[in-house]
Ligand binder design. Structure first.
Ligand code: CTP
Ligand code: MG
Length: 181
């Protein structure tokens, strides 16, 4: 694969994992997943991880994967690239994995004494990638190894922190988010 095609495939594959966090920021609120419970001195997860944000985020990513499936053929022939479609298991695993990665990061933030909203460099940028890739691998191993080549994985790990930082700064400036990370 040429570099441009590798970048396009990497971005396409990860879109259903990128959108959930942003959708959760817009939809968040209501009952926190940890129900206010603490572990030791600190909250288990904190008020930033809600049932509604998690459900809406997962649904938004899954719907996007289905939409991408519908247009993959046309977009692929228009740009002259072979684009992946998402098998049903990956439609759910990528966005749900992204939300679980973000929740796991909040769990680790609270255990290491970081308050809600505190930055945790690299963990904030890559938590959701690692867990969504792991879930996708378990859910659809054959499909995963076909598409997530070494080159695609390298692009994902370079591209994601850049996209994550820039979308969060944009969301902060637009007033959707309390902190720019
Ligand atoms: N959000 C949510 N449910 C999730 C993830 C996010 O409701 N599973 C919403 C919350 O309103 C949250 C906002 O999106 O405040 C921003 O998400 P994030 O930056 O991940 O949470 P923080 O509030 O910064 O909390 P933490 O320090 O635990 O990451
Ligand atoms: Mg945050």
């Amino acid at each position: 694969m040429a570099l441009v095609e590798t970048v396009i495939v990497a971005f396409w594959l990860m879109l259903p994992a990128y959108v959930p966090n942003n959708a959760a920021v817009l939809a968040g609120g209501g009952r926190p997943i940890d129900g206010g419970r603490t572990w030791g001195e600190k909250r288990v997860l904190g008020d930033g991880k809600t049932w509604r944000g998690t459900a809406v985020g997962t649904a938004a990513g899954a719907l996007l994967a289905l939409a991408l499936n519908a247009v993959a053929g046309d977009v692929g022939s228009a740009i002259g690239a072979d684009l992946p479609t998402f098998p049903a298991a990956a439609v759910l695993a990528l966005p749900f994995g992204a939300m679980c990665g973000d929740i796991l990061a909040s769990f680790l933030k609270r255990r290491t004494g970081r308050e809600r909203g505190a930055p945790f460099p690299l963990v904030d940028q890559l938590d959701f990638v690692v867990v969504s890739l792991a879930f996708a691998f378990v859910a659809a191993p054959g499909w995963f190894t076909d598409w997530f080549t070494l080159g695609v994985l390298v692009v994902i790990f370079v591209l994601t922190p850049i996209l994550h930082v820039s979308t969060n700064v944009a969301a902060y400036w637009l007033g959707f988010k309390d902190e720019p990370w």
